[in-house]
Ligand binder design. Structure first.
Ligand code: DAH
Length: 347
């Protein structure tokens, strides 16, 4: 019974001591003294083994009850002191609860990404699939299979960043200069009908200025099937232009040369800013060139074992940054990639 009394004594002493504490920082001292590993209650529990069995049970139960009483009391006291401290600091003016919280910055999509998606959406609505391909490419896909043989002067159209230049390797490697190599990769893997758009980054060995970057985006398009004519090319690209630049747009096709199409064209829209009268955006011509296109060259079809007597197709390639520059009146392509948030947050 003496042990039991001492357990009750410990409880009343502990609660008395706890009641006297008025500083939250002193609570831990109290916890160590009564509930800690060498605290008073713990010693009682440790000493249980030395008691006769009946006493052991009773004292043990009592001690455990006291333990939970003390733990609960500690918790409550802590809450009381915390509230009191908060109240004090509010009254003392240290904490201004009327100060609005800091708004976290919201991220958003890069303008190029937004335009790439808009372009792809327009073609997806017309039944095209989106595919992507490698940025490090073989000479074969970037040039050779696209009807641009080694040493052909047409290669000068693409200032190339070589990884493994032609002279040193049988299979030269490069950073793709356009997304057109994906035409070949898609056709190698599938049989017609093919309808794909290919968004992605391309690279040029080029000095940077207001209209040139050494890294930029392209969206390639390819449709191959039986009975595809220039009329399908025109219809598809016309619909695209109207979706992106407004339903009242007119389009103009003029002959152009790209080795992988025949005939090749450059497509322009009438200037959406001045309606064709002539202004700064269209350099007073009334027209804005927005992409290259053409009917897939039979030589290209032969490279992927498509029979050009059975299948025909059209292809096109456009630059999303250029589209964005036109749409939003941006006059320097370098703005897209200089990480200036004042620019980027406008989109
Ligand atoms: N690949 C060309 C370039 O980077 C753009 C292009 C023109 C793609 C005509 C085409 C096309 O598919 O038919 O300059």
């Amino acid at each position: 019974m003496t042990q039991d009394t001492s357990v009750d004594e410990i409880q009343s002493q502990a609660l008395g001591a706890l009641g006297a504490i008025d500083d939250i920082r002193k609570l831990d001292e109290w916890r160590v003294a009564y509930l800690g590993r060498s605290g008073r209650l713990t010693s009682v529990l440790r000493g249980l083994g030395a008691l006769p069995p009946e006493a052991r049970r009773e004292v043990g139960q009592r001690a455990n009850m006291v333990k939970s009483v003390l733990e609960k009391a500690l918790e409550e006291k802590e809450e009381v002191l915390r509230q009191a401290e908060l109240q004090r600091s509010i009254e003392g003016g240290k904490l201004d609860i009327t100060l609005p919280g800091r708004r976290p910055n919201r991220g958003r999509l890069h303008p190029t990404t937004q335009v790439v998606r808009e372009i792809c959406d327009a073609f997806v609505a017309m039944g095209f699939q989106i595919v992507e391909g490698p940025e490090v490419e073989w000479d074969y896909y970037n040039f050779e299979a696209l009807n641009i043989p080694k040493d052909h002067p047409a290669r000068d159209m693409w200032d190339t960043i070589w990884i493994d230049p032609p002279s040193e390797s049988e299979k030269p490697m490069l950073l793709r200069t356009h997304t057109s190599p994906m035409q070949i990769r898609v056709m190698e893997k599938t049989q017609p009908p093919v309808r794909v758009v290919v968004p992605g980054k391309v690279y040029r060995y080029e000095a940077t200025d207001a209209t040139h970057e050494s890294q930029f985006y392209q969206v390639e398009g390819l449709a191959v099937d039986t009975n595809i004519t220039f009329a399908e090319l025109k219809g598809t690209l016309y619909e695209f232009a109207r979706r992106i630049f407004g339903t009242e747009r007119k389009v103009r096709f003029r002959c152009d040369y790209f080795p992988f199409v025949e005939p090749g064209v450059e497509m322009a829209i009438d200037c959406f800013a001045c309606g064709g009268r002539g202004c700064r955006i269209c350099s007073n011509s009334g027209w804005i060139e927005i992409m290259g296109a053409g009917m897939v060259h039979p030589e290209v079809l032969r490279h992927v074992n498509y029979d050009p007597e059975i299948y025909t197709g059209f292809a096109f390639g456009l630059g999303p940054e250029r589209i964005a520059m036109l749409k939003y009146g941006i006059d320097d392509i370098r703005l897209f990639y200089s990480n200036d948030l004042r620019f980027l947050y406008q989109f």
